[in-house]
Design a binder for this molecule. Sequence first.
Ligand code: WTA
Length: 658
Amino acid sequence: MSFEPSARIETVLQEERVFKPSSNVLGKYSISSFDQYQQLVDSAKSNPEKFWGDAALKELHWFKPFDIVLDWSNPPFARWFDGGKTNVSYNCLDRHVLNGLGDKIAIIWEGEPGEVRRITYKELLIEVCRTANALKSMGIKKGDLVALYMPMVPEAAIAMLACARIGAPHSVVFGGFSSEALRDRLNDGQAKAVITADGGFRKDKIISLKEAVDAALINNSCPTVKSVLIVKRTKTNIDFFPERDIWWHEIVPSQSIECLPEQMDSEDRLFVLYTSGSTGKPKGVVHSTSGYNLWAHLTFKWIFDVQKDEIYWCTADVGWITGHSYIVYGPLSNGATTVMYEGVPRPSNPGAFWEVIQKHKINIFYTAPTAIRAFMKSGRKIPDQYDLSSLRLLGTVGEPINPEAWMWYREIIGRNNCSIVDTWWQTETGGVMISPLPLATSTKPGSATFPLPGIQADVVNSQGETVQADQGGYLVIKKPWPGMMRTVHGDPKRFRETYWEYLEPIEGDLVYFAGDGARRDKDGYFWIMGRVDDVINVSGHRLGTMEIESALVSHDSVAEAAVVGKADEIKGESIVAFVTLETDNAPSEVLMNDLKKHVIKEIGVIAKPEEIRFTNSLPKTRSGKIMRRLLRSLASGEEVKGDISTLEDKNVLDELRK
Ligand code: WTA
């Protein structure tokens, strides 16, 4: 595996500002002081089984309690809460209804444009039961994988919970992925059904979701898929295949409003979610029932401390892990009110987010640095037109946040009156791992601060030794935690190799490493420095360079391709592709556009290269490996530094510089 961390983790940021926890934070659910945080850290460390076991009994409902907290006898394959029986939809719905929260709003849906639906816990439970019964009537059984390819409508959350209710793992595929990408995921997961919509509204346009599903399934390309359930959203004309297609409104409303929750084993799968890595095709990250539920629940409670009547909004899409853990499972497991927003800010409505905050009096707001940087660029004039005084806590996720954007978020959106929680985590970790706690942690702009209780994070060198303060290294987790991914769907070997055998074992123990560089400062604060592997992060979307390269090479005129990330003021990184052509093909503007379109077709619009540079050859080592480090410097217009002695043909550099 190519691995050139030094260039990226060398940069040391100087940041001395410290902000005490804001005085407006309430606290009841969260950890109330740094001392209490420290006590929890210590007790989790000295007796992890008791710490996690107590939390699981206290926070979740069990049909039958577990016998063992953790079985780590076959690392890295963890088993949490074995012997226990539970159901995530019960934890998210039934128990709140039974506890008198039936009339509380569970989901506020802000549709595009301006449509609103408010769904109480009782109503949500009914809809989930009906949908679960509809899935059963379509032949879906416990253990069958159901794919979702949906816009941001309440039916997406309802479908996820309905799957959980009957024990059918879901696999949500982001609606921005192409039909080809969808097909790969359907086949890898052996999905039995797809839930979709006729279309989705996206930035003043309609995306044809059903058409993409049809294209993915064409000529029996996904033989395991037997049915397609379609929500009517945009009223777009669609092709309807009666032998497999079913309208949601024709099957769901007539179902019984009762559906007993399946009693699931703790380690039964809750979902598979595909994510990009350094090698090969996207991997299906597998999360299981109890461990994931506990981690989404606890982290939501600790970090957002949502009070009884508060409104919480996370702007992610349910197609990503943030949508799973912090729009659906974390908030609902805690009985909170969660907002789902169908739109996105766009030139025709740059104040979209602030309008929603003002309209629904949002108290806790969770978004991505890329959005904050985009708002910052268009100035404070837009947010200043809205009443944002309901806000009391602001969160960010998805990529490193630069101190300027952090300060802007605090001053302009939070009016210096809101704590900021910069939360580091990954699809693989299930929930947040490193984050400030609003009542306990003093923050520094740009730092995710400290690991949550029970999480043993460290920064190490490639020998697995802890590095000194302010030195860059690899961010690792040294002990298992309940929300950790369990395996790569269908490929346990890849799970072990990718995440647990990357670095030397520490004192004989396997450590988890998923590709980020970090440093810890003299006060112990963690500063995440971004990916050190061949993964790039474009507007918080994770993409493997190899995936994009494979897409380019699958075009008839391309011989070879190398893709790197280039720093981008708003998106964090943008995609630059270096391409060599097959003989008889000449570089041209037309071909360049054609290649961009080809990548959109193969993966989706999020993977479109910003720049394509044609070249006669790529810089390679004598053993034939592409030297991405050089390409990264060239892409960002920097002088190529460092050792080039392994470069096979030095003339390549001169050509590329031109
Ligand atoms: C990056 C998203 C810095 C990181 C939840 C990680 C971050 C990848 C932060 C996972 C943060 C996420 N600061 N970097 N607060 N949060 N990342 O799987 O590189 O889509 O490895 O999960 O996003 O992306 P994923």
